[in-house]
Design a protein around this ligand. Sequence first.
Ligand code: C5P
Length: 235
Amino acid sequence: MRYNPIIVALDLPTAEAAVQMAAQVAPAVGAFKIGKELFTSAGPDIVKRIRATGAAVFLDLKFHDIPNTVAKAVAAAVRLDVQMLTIHTGGGSEMMRAAEKSARETALALGRPAPLVLGVTVLTSLDTQALSEVGVTDPVGKQVERLASLAAKSGLRGLVCSPLELVGLRAFLPAEMQLVTPGIRGAGDAVGDQKRTLSAPEAMQAGASWLVIGRPICAAPDPRAAAEKILATLG
Ligand code: C5P
């Protein structure tokens, strides 16, 4: 394997807890995901502290706003030195193009590789009934496909998707599209609130490029050993 596809979700309440976890597991993983809770409580400095472990940072703030505002937020994220970030595909094609352009131009000006701008399609907390309440009358699967196609046409190079969407998306997306999937659980793991899961090797076989894993690593008695064990299953 050329790269380590494990992204550890640092869903921890304080900067200290996150930095301690990152330092412990960094040698066994490829990246760390910083989400809304940690970023909002710890501030942008947390990105630098996590980057200092040597691992890549995935800033999961799911930007969704007018194109100009999203472009500026993406530029600010690139200046923080993140390697992946999320936007909502529901913001439309112009917003997605603005985000991708801003990521490329800001990175170029800084002499860094452009980060991967990942599109989020339909949140897994929404079912077909919840979609109909906001005026989307198609079933969830159809809406996921529509937004994924629009993201590819708008120049995005990656998407976040559920493990069970991988095979369907791979069937029509360009092969170079990177797919990042949460909902990863091994045979002995507590499922928690995840309803639809695959194991790490199953998800890679189904077409995932990256795996977002939180509690199976962070809540394990030995998080580093847990990450190494998952990595070993990927061959
Ligand atoms: O602890 P666990 O492995 O379930 O963590 C998965 C991570 O992926 C969490 O940060 C969660 O917010 C995120 N996520 C998810 N399902 C989605 C989108 C994001 O579990 N549909």
